[in-house]
Design a protein around this ligand. Structure first.
Ligand SMILES: Cc1cc2nc3c(=O)[nH]c(=O)nc-3n(C[C@H](O)[C@H](O)[C@H](O)COP(=O)(O)O)c2cc1C
Length: 224
């Protein structure tokens, strides 16, 4: 007997933070809740919580002569989770204009030859998947380097990872000012730290970041 296909779209929300009580993890849970309310099935992948090992291994090293190579059990399981998803949303703190090591390792091992590239039609292009990268950044919205950071993340993640892997619809959204404590490096290279937000101003600041995260997901996926 044939079983009915599951009509609900699936979202893989990936958390790349070492603290479960971090702002990053909080935003990821909020995003997952919004998607769940919109009817998505949620797979919440907490890379640290699941003890994901970001180090490349021989088992997961591409074999350029075998694009059908079977990778390690861990990597194959992660590939199935990506394949099951209609939308993939990594949520991460921006580290050095890039992603933290644990997320980089996930890309290196899971976004592998024969799976994400190496075929005229990548496996990831098997259905119209979407990918939204949500990066939390310490830089303020008025930091002159913020647009540079945005561009750098777009070329590395949207173009270099999602698009290259067969996911044409992808974007990077930055939540700036994620520390609530302005930090600047001026033209002479001097580092200055502003006053940390406290009390109602702090609550307002974090409420605005939460709203931004939810609104950007709603806009990207045209949720209503
Ligand atoms: C190793 C490291 C590198 C960082 N690099 C950047 C950076 O390149 N740009 C930036 O705006 N913030 C940078 N930050 C600040 C983090 O993005 C910020 O602390 C984080 O998003 C706050 O979220 P969290 O409280 O969930 O950790 C960096 C922080 C660390 C620890």
């Amino acid at each position: 007997m044939k079983t009915a296909p599951n009509a609900a779209p699936a979202a893989l929300v990936i958390v790349a933070h070492h603290r479960a009580d971090s702002l990053t993890a909080h935003i990821a849970r909020l995003v997952a809740k919004r998607l769940e309310d919109a009817g998505y099935r949620i797979d919440l992948l907490d890379l640290h919580g699941e003890d994901f090992d970001p180090r490349m291994t021989v088992a997961d090293q591409p074999d350029w002569n075998d694009r059908d190579k079977v990778y390690s059990d861990e990597t194959e399981a992660h590939m199935r989770r990506v394949l099951d998803a209609d939308v993939v949303i990594p949520v991460f703190p921006v580290y050095w204009y890039s992603v933290p090591a644990i997320l980089k390792g996930w890309i290196d091992r899971v976004w592998n030859y024969g799976f994400a590239y190496g075929r005229s039609k990548p496996k990831l292009a098997s259905k119209p998947r979407k990918m939204l990268w949500i990066g939390l950044a310490g830089a303020g919205a008025d930091d002159p380097l913020a647009p540079v950071m945005q561009e750098s993340l777009e070329s590395g993640l949207r173009d270099g990872v999602s698009y290259y892997g067969g996911i044409a619809e992808s974007a990077v959204e930055l939540l700036l000012d994620a520390e609530g404590e302005p930090q600047y490096v001026d033209g002479d290279g001097n580092f200055t730290k502003g006053e940390a937000l406290t009390g109602a101003a702090r609550d307002e600041h974090y409420a605005a970041l939460e709203l931004q995260a939810v609104e950007r997901v709603e806009r990207f996926l045209a949720l209503n």
